[in-house]
Design a protein around this ligand. Structure first.
Ligand SMILES: Nc1ncnc2c1ncn2[C@@H]1O[C@H](COP(=O)(O)OP(=O)(O)OP(=O)(O)O)[C@@H](O)[C@H]1O
Length: 604
């Protein structure tokens, strides 16, 4: 349990002092509870026998001090005090529950924010090893489980535990027999918990994992809806979903049915004890007058004690069933923390992490500028968990305004080189310099110089305008720049044809557009941001011959004003480049003009 709690405290974001306040409130509530219940026994005794006021020194002194006119009035006053205490206690208990709920949901919100900011700040290679659906699930579902089934449950359980302990202490003063009875009530629950501990954890994990699998399958089936329709494999996905749903049903029913047990066991044992003890006393002594006060306190205490103990045991079972969720969140946050620590020890990554927070509209003057040249000096890169080098001592230089092409077989290392140039992957050795300064001094400044057009353009389910001015708030979009970008990406005709023009919604991942139109929006996006360097990763591959010609022409017209690094499979598209770099196995095999490498090398 200590291990469990330490993980919970690690995950809960800042402001942990709130928990101290909550625990102080719990303590106060337990005192009120005991005070209220503690008054019931004297009240019952005095109500049945008012003359007892004179035999007890405290009641006698109180009676005289406040000059009560009758014993009945004195007893009634105690009754009103009990009513008052119970009203205050109920209001306070309600406020505390509300506070616990607010705290739990606040934890959820903070955790969502913390996770998304850490995922976004994590190095690119972290994302190469993780499934995005899994990360979405961590943020949306696991944080909810953590807040409701762990934090809120843990606080409610602690509150009930404090109340149960306080009532038990009160009963100890009243009757040791009652305490023994309580221990007897708790015994079957403790035995049950010992036996089902591992099982609850196991079934809790099964339920969460099957839920995870269902999200994965749904993601795969809907993500590849076109392929699954054409291939006709919807049965395959349906079958997977129903298998996981069966596991989920079995696991969840098991967990929830065990959680129901404590209340039922406790009620049964309580009734057996109450009725059993009364019957035994009746049979042996034939008179239960002496037992009435004890039974009264016990019955009332049980009224409060049973729900508290039920809450404690069910809470413990629930917490146990959420161990897997806790492990997953804890594992992720620890991994992200380790990545940050590694980053802090690596000056290159540190610069990238520090500059991450600076956004597009950052007004502070840039540390890096690009007037002369970009130099790659002996750049090497190996993917984590991969034996060989994906880039092996790559050196090249590009003057401002030049265009270079990277060509080579599949797997030669072109994309990896571009990812290193984009600052997404940090080289294991070597350096990239712009005008003699390492780009790792401020990676954000370097990235602010680059416009990137990937092979497959990511489009948000939003308007064309917002997709072009990606990352810019609607009210800050510069319409002149937008027009220029649309024109240069040969999108004028499409905008004129669409009834809503730039306000047209593109659909999820741009489904309402053709492949070529999506690609041109990607080009317009790179042009809108008016970056000095354009990196194109086979950007014209999805275009038809005519559009490709137009786009290539518009890209070509940028030659001289923009510095361009182009990965191309269609060798004709790089004819205009100043130099062609031929790559193989992570190295640069040949460098030369288009004529030397492509034409004379007989690559066409
Ligand atoms: N995320 C990754 N993890 C491990 N190895 C990778 C990863 N991505 C690429 N590689 C490996 O790195 C090498 C270079 O791959 P890269 O994608 O850079 O080649 P490429 O020339 O761009 O190929 P293509 O033209 O097919 O896109 C390949 O051997 C590939 O298997």
């Amino acid at each position: 349990m200590l291990n469990y709690l330490s993980k919970v405290f690690y995950i809960i974001p800042s402001r942990k002092t709130r928990l101290i306040w909550i625990f102080l409130l719990f303590l106060f509530l337990s005192c009120l509870e005991v005070f209220g219940l503690g008054l019931i026994a004297p009240f019952l005794s005095l109500a049945t026998e008012p003359d007892l006021i004179e035999t007890n020194t405290i009641s006698q002194q109180l009676y005289q001090y406040f000059s009560f006119q009758s014993k009945g009035l004195f007893v009634a006053t105690i009754g009103f005090i009990i009513i008052g205490v119970f009203i205050v206690k109920s209001v306070l208990a309600w406020r505390i529950r509300v506070y616990i709920l607010q705290f739990g949901f606040w934890v959820r919100g903070e955790l969502c924010r913390k996770l998304i900011s850490q995922y976004l700040a994590a190095p690119y290679y972290f994302h190469l090893t993780r499934n995005s659906a899994e990360l979405i699930q961590q943020i949306t579902e696991y944080t909810r489980f953590f807040a409701i089934d762990i934090v809120i449950e843990l606080l409610n359980t602690s509150s009930s535990l404090m109340i149960a302990v306080a009532i038990t202490i009160l009963l100890c003063f009243n009757s040791l027999v009652t305490v023994l009875a309580i221990l007897l009530i708790c015994l079957p629950l403790v035995i049950l918990l010992v036996f089902v501990r591992k099982k609850i954890r196991y079934w809790g994990k099964k339920a969460t994992r099957s839920n995870e699998q269902m999200v994965r399958v749904i993601n795969h089936s809907l993500g590849g809806i076109k392929e699954s329709k054409v291939i006709g494999c919807s049965n395959y996905f349906e079958q997977q979903i129903s298998e996981e749903a069966d596991i989920y049903e079995r696991a969840s029913s098991w967990v929830f049915s065990v959680i129901l047990l404590p209340r039922l066991i406790m009620e049964t044992v309580l009734v057996i004890l109450l009725i059993g003890a009364t019957s035994v006393v009746l049979i042996i002594y034939q008179d239960i007058t002496d037992l009435i006060a004890v039974l009264g306190v016990f019955a009332l205490a049980s009224l409060r004690l049973v729900p508290s103990l039920t809450q404690v045991t069910s809470g413990l079972y629930k917490l146990r069933s959420q161990s897997y969720t806790l492990e997953r969140l804890y594992g992720d946050l620890k991994q992200l923390e380790t990545l940050n620590t590694v980053s802090e020890q690596n000056p290159i990554v540190l610069s990238s992490a520090r500059s991450f927070g600076r956004n597009l509209t950052n007004s502070s003057p840039p540390v890096l500028s690009f007037q002369k040249s970009i130099v790659l000096d002996q750049v090497a890169y190996a993917y984590p968990n991969s034996a060989g080098l994906a880039l092996d001592k790559v050196s090249l230089s590009i003057e401002r305004g030049e265009s270079i092409a990277l060509i080579g077989k599949s797997g030669a290392g072109k994309t990896t080189l571009v990812d290193v140039i984009l600052g997404l992957l940090i080289p294991s050795s070597g350096d990239i310099q712009v005008d003699g300064q390492s780009i790792y001094k401020n990676l954000r400044d370097w990235q602010n110089l680059i416009g990137y057009i990937p092979q497959s353009i990511f489009l948000m389910d939003d308007t064309i305008e917002k997709n072009i001015a990606f990352g810019v708030r609607e009210e800050e979009i510069d319409s002149e720049r937008l027009k220029r970008a649309i024109h240069s990406a040969q999108l004028d005709e499409l905008m004129a044809d669409l009834p809503d023009g730039v306000k047209t919604m593109v659909g999820e991942r741009g489904v309402r557009l053709s492949g070529g139109q999506r690609q041109r929006i990607g080009i317009a996006r790179a042009l809108y941001h008016e970056r000095d360097i354009l990196v194109l990763d086979e950007a014209t591959a999805a275009l038809d011959n005519e559009t490709e010609g137009l786009v290539t022409e518009s890209i070509r017209s940028l030659s001289g004003s923009k510095t361009m690094i182009i990965i191309a499979h269609r060798l004709t598209t790089v004819e205009h480049c100043d130099r062609v770099y031929m790559m193989d196995k992570g190295r640069i095999l040949k460098v030369g003009s288009y004529q030397e490498i492509v034409v004379e090398g007989d690559l066409l």
